[in-house]
Design a protein around this ligand. Structure first.
Ligand code: CU
Length: 122
């Protein structure tokens, strides 16, 4: 009786993780530009903590994404570039895929001292 019950719980869990696997395989194959649902391979990770971007400067290749991770709760931050920005939030992630070489400064509009740079190379 106990064994049957645990099997019943296990099966839907396995089905769910299979769906999750299929889902992530699909999203890594697509190369659509800038949403967090579909982004290029992550070339750099920036953590938001201690009211700073860490590291302050990252370099990625064209077609790669930068992932920002909020690790400063309960302090809210955002990632604001000249042409796009993340929500202001206390937890979570934000991805952006860079499609042109260049030097892109950005900041958190909540904290004027929070500035950083993404360098994109060919
Ligand atoms: Cu901030």
């Amino acid at each position: 009786m106990t064994a049957c019950a645990s099997r019943r719980v296990l099966r839907p869990l396995l089905a769910l993780s299979a769906i999750a696997l299929v889902g992530s395989a699909c999203s890594s194959l697509t190369s659509a530009p800038t949403t967090s649902a579909a982004h290029g391979p992550v070339g750099a990770v920036v953590k938001l903590r201690f009211v700073a971007f860490e590291p302050q400067r990252v370099t990625v290749h064209v077609g790669q994404a930068v992932e920002w991770r909020w690790e400063d709760a309960p302090v809210a931050h955002n990632v604001t570039f000249a042409s796009f920005h993340s929500p202001t939030q206390t937890t979570g992630t934000f991805f952006h895929t860079f499609t042109r070489p260049g030097t892109y400064p950005y900041r958190c509009t909540v904290h004027p001292d929070m500035t950083a740079t993404v360098v994109v190379v060919a």
